[in-house]
Design a protein around this ligand. Structure first.
Ligand SMILES: Cc1cc2nc3c(=O)[nH]c(=O)nc-3n(C[C@H](O)[C@H](O)[C@H](O)COP(=O)(O)OP(=O)(O)OC[C@H]3O[C@@H](n4cnc5c(N)ncnc54)[C@H](O)[C@@H]3O)c2cc1C
Length: 284
């Protein structure tokens, strides 16, 4: 199917973009990897598209700020997966970016597009929750910062208003953390049936643990209260099995082409045990 007719606006500055968005009935286009299919299926029928790609000078950056790394919304998955700052300072994001879609999608798709789209099976939202990342949203009225835990509202729904753009995602640099992104897919290059992002600081016991899931509910999910049960302990296989059982019981995955709800819960449980065993160094 063809999209309905729309106008294309290519702003030359962020201010032009924000003024234009104030007029309403316009949609941002970044990499187009999610937007174009939605236009073709006529899920959305905006009057105008606002193409951000001329604003790469303002929105495509990876900035090392010492204790944090700021990534502009137009940073592509390919750039994030290969950039040396991201690899060394926020490696969980780097490995996750390398698992998004296929090479074509990674070359065009952007961090900002994926995060703004908030697909319940997208990879980044779980990573943003694990890092407790901060998002900067801008409109003609100014700028506001939102934590990842507040940003994702539901399937394809976020804190972004129609006249706002996501400018940046900022990640704290967590020194000495082990990490892993486990992605279970039906076919190579697919969205996650279950995705698990883990960051953990481990000495002779678990000092900090952040575990977040994608594909298992209406939005990315981090079981904050359950995480605490493993902190301060020398974790055993038995602890992990109990933890995974409890987490699995809180998940609400959909039944769809990627698997039934009950199957995804089982997969999430087994993958939780496997991933945490590896990251926490638990011997079976
Ligand atoms: C074949 C295929 C496989 C894929 N596999 C995966 C996968 O395995 N894992 C995964 O996570 N994703 C996957 N994706 C999605 C991919 O990651 C997209 O790149 C991403 O969802 C959208 O990024 P984009 O830059 O293309 O955004 P666009 O498609 O241009 O925009 C997406 C949405 O975000 C809005 N938007 C974009 N940028 C901004 C901004 N800065 N501020 C406010 N709103 C904005 C747009 O208005 C639109 O609503 C796949 C896509 C395809 C086509």
């Amino acid at each position: 199917m063809y999209p309905t007719i729309f106008g294309l606006y290519e702003p030359s500055s962020i201010y032009d973009t924000l003024d234009f968005l104030d007029n309403g009935n316009a949609k941002i286009i970044a990499g187009g990897q999610s937007l174009i299919p939605m236009l073709k299926l006529r899920v959305i029928q905006p009057k105008f598209l606002v193409d951000l790609n001329k604003l790469r000078g303002d929105l495509d950056y990876i900035e090392d700020r010492g204790k944090s790394i700021g990534l502009g919304s137009l940073a592509t998955h390919a750039k994030i997966s290969t950039d040396q700052i991201v690899k060394s300072k926020i490696p969980l994001l780097s490995v996750t970016a390398s698992k998004v879609g296929d090479m074509q999608v990674r070359n065009l798709g952007t961090l900002g597009g994926s995060v703004s789209n908030a697909d319940p099976s997208a990879d980044y939202p779980a990573v943003l929750l694990a890092y407790d990342a901060t998002l900067t949203l801008i409109s003609s009225g100014g700028e506001r910062k939102v934590k990842a835990s507040e940003f994702f509202k539901g399937p394809f729904s976020t804190e972004l208003k129609d006249n706002e753009i996501l400018r940046e995602v900022e990640f704290p640099v967590l020194e000495g953390y082990a990490y892993k992104y486990e992605k279970i897919v039906r076919r190579a290059g697919d969205f996650a049936m279950v995705g698990i992002a883990v960051l953990a600081k481990v000495s002779d016991k678990v000092e900090d643990l952040r575990i977040a899931y994608t594909g298992v509910g209406e939005k990315a999910y981090r079981p904050y209260e359950l995480e605490k049960e493993l902190v301060g302990k020398k974790v055993t296989r038995d602890d992990l099995e109990k933890f995974a059982e409890k987490v699995s019981a809180t998940l609400t995955p959909p039944s769809d082409s990627r698997g039934s709800s009950s199957y995804r819960k089982k997969v999430a449980k087994i993958a939780t045990i496997k991933t945490l065993s590896e990251v926490l160094g638990v011997v079976s």
